[in-house]
Design a protein around this ligand. Sequence first.
Ligand SMILES: Nc1nc2c(ncn2[C@@H]2O[C@H](COP(=O)(O)OP(=O)(O)OP(=O)(O)O)[C@@H](O)[C@H]2O)c(=O)[nH]1
Length: 539
Amino acid sequence: MKEIADDKERVKELQMHFGRRVISDARALVEQWFSLREQHWQADWYHQFSSKLQRLEKSAQRYEQPNLARIAADIRGIFEQCDMARAPKSQMIAALADHISQLTQVAARHTDPNSTAKLAFIRQDVYVAIADAEMAESVLQQLESFGIHAEITADPDSLQRARAYRRPLAVVIDFNFFAHEGGLALMERLQHDQQRKIPAIFYLREEPSMAQRLAAIRVGGQGFINNDVSLMRTVEKLERDAHSRVPDPYRVLIVDDSKTQSMHAAQILNAVGIITEAVFDPLTLFEHIDDFQPDMILMDMYMPQCNGVELATVLRQLPQYDRIPIIFLSAEEDVAKQMAAMAEGGDDFLTKPVRPEILVATVQHRCKRNRAMRTWMERDSLTGLYDHSHILQRLQAELHRAERQKTHLSFAMIDLDKFKAVNDTYGHPAGDRVLKNLSLLLRQRLRKTDIIGRYGGEEFVVILPETDAEHARQVMTELLHAFKDVRHPVGEKDIQCSFSSGVAQWIPGEAASDLSVRADTALYAAKEQGRSRVEVSQP
Ligand SMILES: Nc1nc2c(ncn2[C@@H]2O[C@H](COP(=O)(O)OP(=O)(O)OP(=O)(O)O)[C@@H](O)[C@H]2O)c(=O)[nH]1
């Protein structure tokens, strides 16, 4: 009997091992895709993409991962239509990005079932370099309980080796790490060839001085922790960083009556994976904005029917278009005229001919800022999750996508159990802490592609694309178990809470409001049947 059990164990281990191989091949392809964003397109980019795609196709077939093999084959189909001599065009970028996002969704579901960092598909670890073993272990546990994968690197050499193997999400480092070098000097060495600094959180027993804080900032320091401070704030920040790798490409609308000029700008932007759309007739601008949903507009100053300043003025008069950044691109060298253009609602002015790297940097910067601003406006201030109205907008958009791609989608509602008693017994701030912890846990444990919102008070919702009801039930049940284990610090003691959840799988053609009513009814049933459980709506 024991031998059979051993065999089963071995088969399971092997399956997991092969599963990890496929995942690492999928990750390599996704990282190759992301590299387009950071470096300009180069001739051998397709070659590298192709060889990574081939590896994934082979391993997905060999290790029997049919969903991944199917998506890889679809990517191959799109990829083969690209003109290898030039950067991918907007249509290709959009199609590839869409499939890469599907790949991350499917791959995320295949991660090691025993891992706490289940859904960290494009995983970056946090390295914990603290000499005091007990403290290192405590930091590790706090990070892991929120699904941030962490690794203890107990001495400078192992930290260097880990860093060489993969860029970490952050390093939690002892300010006095191994006295002969110290955390500062070591961090400086780690940052040596990094374009973007690796975030560092310094551990120091005593309150840091101003000089120590300044020195820390210079080597990428984001903050300090000591023995008493819980990592909560740090986790929030790390969590935000982990999520900043949004795979959606930026979208830029180019308004220019000259085909040559607009194609030129498009090529430069396409080479860094930005999707562009050209508008030659300014009078059709509104339709383009509504359909294309740009992150920003690149606008020529002088066009036959009207000029760019007039167009910007019109846009700024309409609340729905008021926040879209506009960069003027023109041969106009008269600074007074440039200033006048900016005064009418332009955000920047670039003089033609503009150097490609300047155009790219300006556009990327504007898009990034605009997305960050939008994020703030759409988020609930306590938890940072989508607020009620925006989660409904996202649900609408995801239903369209599921319709287009003919995929499943599930919608889950979550409501904390007996939460009134938490507030009444321990006070409102303690209740807020629990709400924040639940939101952190949801963000850490769910896939990047799942969309989470705070519906109101102590009610949360999750949109799970590409997920059927049974799968959604499993995900919610795992979350419930994980949440019940979380200890929420309240004064001297810790408290534990639970939630109930109702899940509904979208029926093609069903309206968003009907779907949410079904999830709500299932949630009600979960409450009725004793709470701390997940119920699924039967269509
Ligand atoms: N701390 C805090 N409490 C909130 C917030 N929003 C809503 N609440 C509280 O959440 C509690 C919800 O209580 P009820 O709707 O009675 O439900 P419950 O006590 O959770 O009981 P069941 O849902 O039936 O398990 C109320 O006490 C609200 O005041 C918030 O932002 N912060």
